[in-house]
Design a protein around this ligand. Structure first.
Ligand code: AVI
Length: 329
């Protein structure tokens, strides 16, 4: 399906249906360790809360990544080359995208892909107005599933996927490899991947980043219950759950959970979900990498790392990888 909004941006709408949301929620809540896919954090309020997280002092990722992009943008633009089709996975708040759009030479078109339609259209409209000659083709979709790119007005030299914010860390290792394979398919042989990857660091820095003093991350986590109440006719007692986030050093990830504060049941439509006091719903993993670990994982999808840019503290990296088409196992 595709339609134009008031500003004549053509939206390619492949958004998953509410039935899909319901099916994934029920399957996650029926597991022994209850879990929910973190992609469902991002309804309108969730996207707003995530933007607030991005402005917190404790949450170092956006400012560190932006500083790396600003410091090395000439080298980054040189690595990507001219006449690129830029495909962004997740449309973010566009600060980093603008750095790229300002510097990439003869950019062929920009295709942002996001599951949140409101956020996507907002960003696409903003960028289409700011870069008047640029073809902007938003796609509303879950980028973890196979997707067809819209047809462009101009031929391009290379497709480059831009995947910022270390969102790759929100995937378990198996799905992360599958997603990288899928990206390799989208950008094709010789295509590129510019990706933000969060690095392993002192756990106390991570603890602060996911347990901010103002409780914004807690509100972001709890909003998933509100969303289910609203969209799936649920009756979760939101104040009977608590945000819990910690770094798990064995698996190299921050885990976010919603812990039940008492024995209780929640109703989702006609389905009853029981909770005992202390039981949790695992809502997000955020993997942190060593450079080698990430390089090896990317190689299994056929990507070779060409450049790595980092901040001085080596907390975060921006990498440029090229799809060589040769996978390692
Ligand atoms: C989007 N993603 C990379 C964020 C992260 O750090 O894993 C989501 C987030 N969760 C809590 N704070 C931010």
């Amino acid at each position: 399906m595709s339609f134009r909004n008031a500003k004549q941006i053509r939206l390619h709408d492949l958004k998953p249906s509410p039935d899909h949301f319901r099916a994934e929620v029920l399957s996650g809540l029926r597991k022994w360790q209850k879990e929910l896919p973190c992609k469902y954090f991002y309804d309108e309020r969730g996207s707003y809360l995530f933007e607030c997280i991005c402005n917190l002092d404790e949450y170092y990722i956006p400012r560190t990544e932006t500083a790396i992009m600003k410091a090395y943008i000439e080298e980054i633009a040189e690595a990507l080359g001219p006449n690129v089709l830029l495909i962004e996975y997740g449309s973010g708040n566009s600060t980093k995208t603008r750095i790229l759009l300002d510097h990439l030479r003869e950019l062929a078109a920009y295709v942002p892909i996001d599951i949140s339609r409101e956020q996507l259209l907002h960003v696409a409209n903003e960028l289409a107005s700011a870069y008047s000659g640029l073809e902007v083709l938003p796609v509303c979709a879950d980028y973890t599933s196979a997707l067809k790119l819209p047809v462009l007005r101009r031929p391009t030299r290379r497709r480059v996927v831009y995947f910022a914010g270390s969102t790759i860390g929100n995937f378990e290792p198996g799905p992360a490899k599958q997603l990288l394979e899928c990206i390799a398919g989208v950008c094709g042989p010789g295509g590129g991947l510019l990706i933000g990857v969060d690095l392993k660091k002192d756990p106390s820095v991570l603890h602060r980043a996911y347990n901010d003093r103002q409780g914004v991350t807690a509100a972001f986590n709890l909003n998933l219950l509100e969303r289910m109440n609203c969209e799936l006719r649920g009756d979760f007692q939101v104040d009977s759950f608590e945000h819990y986030a910690f770094y798990n050093p064995r698996d190299g990830r921050v885990e976010m959970h919603l812990v039940s504060l008492r024995d209780q049941t929640a109703q989702l439509d006609d389905v009853t979900i029981p909770f005992v006091k202390g039981e949790s719903i695992w809502t997000e993993s955020s993997y942190k990498f060593n450079l080698d670990e990430f390089q090896q994982m990317a190689a299994t999808a056929g990507f070779e790392v060409e450049h790595i840019w980092m901040d001085e503290q080596q907390w975060f990296s921006v990498m440029y990888l090229v799809n060589r088409g040769e996978t390692t196992s």
